[in-house]
Design a protein around this ligand. Structure first.
Ligand code: NAP
Length: 288
């Protein structure tokens, strides 16, 4: 068996095209979706990510602003700006680009964002609401994975899903979202004994550990759907996921590549959440 490759770029393009139309509809009624990105310090990778987000905003019809602070900016100053953005009616989404410098309490910044503008979905209200099935904004990466599975018409209800990695931004919310879709979910982490005894049972395997080659072909059930969230830069400069792509594609039914799989979906879902946030200000809820 050779897996079908799930083309994240193609799905992202399709989703963006649908939501661009929605942004245009809102603009006709005088609402231009607005995103504010708070960037503290001069981490080069963060700058690249922020650049990608603002470019994507422009292409889809979202007004974006970057609120930059020097690496030694006091926490209170950044909090003050978030407060201003919360009450700015032309800003519908706010995100803090992570990581922030060590003297700043990340949680405090994220908790300061109005829940209705928390388009990254990291605010504790949104995290907790995922459990109660009433989240305001699903976090972008697991939301993007769900969107890829839906586009690929992978059945979820009743399937065995194994999520490798239990972070707050990927693994845990992913598990919760798939459980809500009636999958039977196992979540594994660094202390899981014999990872393969779990992964081999997966109809859908979602890997988000940040470890190249963590998942090899013998660990994967024949015909499984394999979603590789990992992004790892090797010493030779290559970008790879957590899955041995060449080996596992001989066994899986569907697989995401890295790059070009989950990555393009994460930014796409940020755009989706921002347009949805803008729509809600005039009582509209677009279908996901
Ligand atoms: P993270 O916060 O470092 O979490 C990694 C998780 O994987 C932790 O729960 C860790 O367990 C677990 N883990 C580490 N080694 C493991 C092993 N050998 N077996 C099982 N579990 C293991 O990372 P993250 O933010 O979730 O990101 C994970 C990966 O996805 C990274 O490569 C990141 O760059 C990538 N990512 C990609 C996108 C995208 O858009 N494609 C978005 C976000 C993240 P413990 O908690 O027990 O240590």
């Amino acid at each position: 068996m050779t897996a079908n490759i799930i083309d994240g770029n193609a799905v992202a393009k399709e989703v963006r095209s649908r939501w661009r139309g929605r942004a245009e509809t809102l603009a006709v009624s005088g609402i231009v979706p607005g995103l504010a990105v708070v960037l503290v310090g001069d981490d080069p990778a963060s700058r690249v990510y922020v650049g990608r987000k603002t470019k994507a905003c422009k292409e889809i019809g979202i007004h974006s602003e970057v609120h930059e602070f020097s690496a030694d900016a006091p926490e209170e100053v950044v909090l003050g700006r978030i407060g201003q953005l919360n009450s700015n009616p032309s800003i519908h989404g706010i995100l803090v680009q992570l990581p922030v410098p060590a003297h700043i309490n990340t949680r405090r910044l994220i908790e300061a964002i109005d829940v209705r503008k928390d388009v990254d979905g990291f605010n504790l209200y949104n995290v907790g609401a995922l459990v109660a099935d009433s989240t305001v904004f699903p976090p972008c990466t697991p939301y993007g994975v769900l969107c890829l599975l839906e586009h690929t018409r992978v059945p979820i209800a009743g399937q065995n899903v194994v999520v490798v990695g239990a972070s707050n931004i990927v693994g845990k919310p992913m598990a919760m979202m798939l459980m809500k879709r009636e999958a039977t979910v196992s979540i594994t982490h660094i202390r899981t004994r014999d990872l393969a005894q779990y992964t081999i049972l997966a109809d859908i395997l979602v890997v988000a550990a940040g470890k190249p080659n963590l998942i090899t072909a013998p660990m994967v059930r024949t015909g499984a759907v394999v979603i590789d969230v990992g992004i790892n830069r090797l010493e030779d400069g290559r970008l790879v996921g957590d899955v041995d792509f060449e080996g596992v594609r001989q066994k899986a039914s569907h697989i995401t590549p890295v790059p070009g799989g989950v990555g393009p979906m994460t930014v796409t879902m940020l755009l989706v959440n921002t347009i949805q946030a803008a729509a809600r200000t005039c009582g509209i809820e677009f279908e996901a």
